[in-house]
Design a protein around this ligand. Structure first.
Ligand code: HEM
Length: 529
């Protein structure tokens, strides 16, 4: 524990400590004491064995109470806060299942995500003009855009509830033709232009407060205790919890009004959930309960789990393409080939083009960013029963941390004796390995393969990656995350060249909340369209 505290003081982060233990001890499985009187925990840095636990050892390992506890106070009726054995888990998953079908994502979620991405493009076109090639901090804009996207997908919020539009209007209002000629926004000591920001809209701020609270609990030693303490002592948080419920109530009422008016248009997740509840009630011959805690929590959980994760993924991707100019150039060329009509007609690609046209290099860049800089780099499981792992006895209740970076993923695997592996790990196929020579590098090509017709294809199973987890408790929102990152990245690379950032602003230091996000995400842009 003292060592982790010292590590945190030195680096500001805790999660990388877990990934380092395998290399330090040259052992795929290590043991650590994290709390003075607590039980020891295990750290497993081996893809083959981790995959086996996620996919095939469900009777011995489960999600465990730790993650559930982090969400329990704020969204107790969301499936993320439930153990897999809880009968409500299956029922809740059933309620939200269709939100991740290709049909729903492409027809209902994508148009809103695309519209918000275009506002981000507009904001950055203006900022890049005002900054005249100098860098500016992109992190808040990325987080605002991601918030708008998930809110659009959840509630079909229009531009009056858009955080990124509010920023655009504000920058417009304080930039005149003169300021565009000779930028009058201050430049800080590191050479970055400081743009003013507007205060967040109260409803968005309330949801963000709750999400940040979950982030604190995610890293707390005793999440349930910390939650109770914060709810007792933090008046702002208490107000935000109330306000987000009022907002969800209002959006449910709006959706019901649409439903009753006979306008059957499906605009968002809330419309879908209410229609499912109505159908379920009719089938069971009961009155529908549109204001159940389950519906409120599934909607808020969608926002909490979906906004920071996607924003962090895009932020790392942008840093990576700026520091790997050859990847960025190739990606731009690939987009111009994939969206050839848009290129020929000198317009931005339409949402339908981005979601349907095959663009293997775009997929490869996204996948490689997620492998190289996973937003959640540490996964957790817990032993349900006394069992063994790599030949060692593991008592029931033991927490197993599984880093998504380090050995197997971004560094050579630590050798493991085959006889120590579980039988299912030894006998079931588990995929390939990355080339040890280059697995520490950011190289999207590793995800491409040439098929029998000589065509380059994206190969999603090319090698080890657990960025979204695997199996029953893997990421529910993975498809939505890919859709968001795909639309945003395609539009940004189409419209801007991201110049290389130098010095401190290019640092890879990170902040830890629900995700591990970059502390510094600066962009210096050249507008292309
Ligand atoms: C790039 C973006 C994202 C990343 C990297 C990510 C990653 C993860 C990871 C690592 C887990 C835990 C998996 C495990 O323990 O096996 C998880 C769970 C989850 N994610 Fe995501 N996620 C992302 C985006 C989203 C989005 C957009 C949503 C929803 C709109 C979402 C909803 C969830 C939910 C509900 C769970 C809990 C599933 C369960 O408990 O069964 N995620 N995610």
């Amino acid at each position: 524990m003292a060592e982790i505290t010292a590590w945190k003081r030195q680096t500001g982060e805790v999660r990388p400590w877990f990934a380092r233990q395998a290399i330090r001890h040259n052992a795929a499985l290590t043991q650590a004491w994290l709390t003075p009187l607590g039980k020891p925990v295990l750290i497993l840095s081996d893809y083959q064995e981790a995959q086996d636990i996620f996919l095939r050892r469900g009777k011995e390992f489960h999600r465990g109470p730790r993650n559930c506890d982090a969400f329990h106070g704020s969204i107790p009726e969301h499936h993320i806060a439930m153990m897999s054995s809880d009968p409500r888990f299956k029922r809740n998953k059933e309620l939200v299942r269709d939100l991740m079908t290709p049909g729903f994502l492409h027809e209902v979620s994508a148009p809103g995500i695309y519209a918000k991405s275009l506002i981000l493009v507009e904001l950055w076109a203006l900022k890049s003009q005002l900054a005249q090639g100098k860098p500016f901090n992109a992190l808040a804009d990325i987080f605002n855009a991601a918030t708008d996207m998930i809110n659009a997908a959840a509630f079909a919020f229009g531009s009056d509830m858009s955080a990124i539009k509010a920023q655009l209007d504000h920058i417009r209002s304080c930039s005149s033709p003169e300021t565009i000629q000779a930028s009058s926004f201050p430049v800080d000591a590191s050479g970055a232009v400081q743009f003013p920001t507007v205060p967040e809209l109260p409803d968005i701020s309330a949801c963000r407060d709750v999400a940040e609270h979950v982030g604190v609990l995610f890293n707390a030693l005793m999440p349930r205790l910390e939650d109770r303490w914060k709810m007792l002592t933090n008046r702002r948080l208490k107000k935000s919890v109330k306000r987000k419920d009022e907002m969800i109530r209002r959006e449910i009422e709006k959706s019901l009004a649409r439903m009753e008016s006979g306008d059957g248009a499906m605009l968002s997740a809330v419309d879908h959930l209410l229609q499912r509840e109505k159908a379920a009630a009719t089938k069971a011959d009961r009155n529908p309960d549109f204001h159940s805690r389950k519906i409120y929590d599934e909607l808020l959980g969608y926002i909490v789990a979906g906004h920071e994760t996607s924003a962090t993924a895009l932020a790392w991707t942008i840093k990576l393409i700026a520091s790997h100019q050859h990847v960025q150039e190739r990606l731009r060329m690939a987009l111009r080939t994939a969206y050839a009509s848009a290129a020929a007609e000198e317009r931005v690609p339409m949402v339908s083009e981005i979601t349907t046209a095959s663009a293997p290099y775009l997929d490869a860049v996204i996948e490689e960013s997620l492998r190289y800089a996973p937003p959640i780099p540490l996964l957790i499981r817990s032993a349900k029963v006394d069992t063994t792992l790599l030949g060692h006895h593991v008592p029931m209740g033991t927490t197993v941390f599984m880093p998504a970076v380090g050995p197997s993923y971004t560094a050579p695997a630590v050798p493991v004796r085959e006889c120590d592996r579980s039988e299912s790990s030894r006998t079931k196929g588990w995929g390939g390995r990355w080339d040890e020579e280059d697995m520490h590098l950011f190289q999207p090509d590793r995800w491409l393969k040439v098929d029998e017709n000589g065509k380059e294809r994206f190969h999603s199973q090319a090698g080890p990656m657990i960025t979204f987890g695997l199996g029953l408790r893997s990421c529910f929102g993975k498809r939505l995350a890919y859709l968001e990152v795909r639309i945003m990245l395609a539009l940004l690379v189409w419209n801007f060249r991201f110049k290389e950032i130098e010095g401190r602003l290019a640092s890879n230091e990170a902040n830890e909340a629900i995700t591990t996000s970059p502390k510094f995400c600066y962009v210096a842009l050249e507008t292309l369209c």
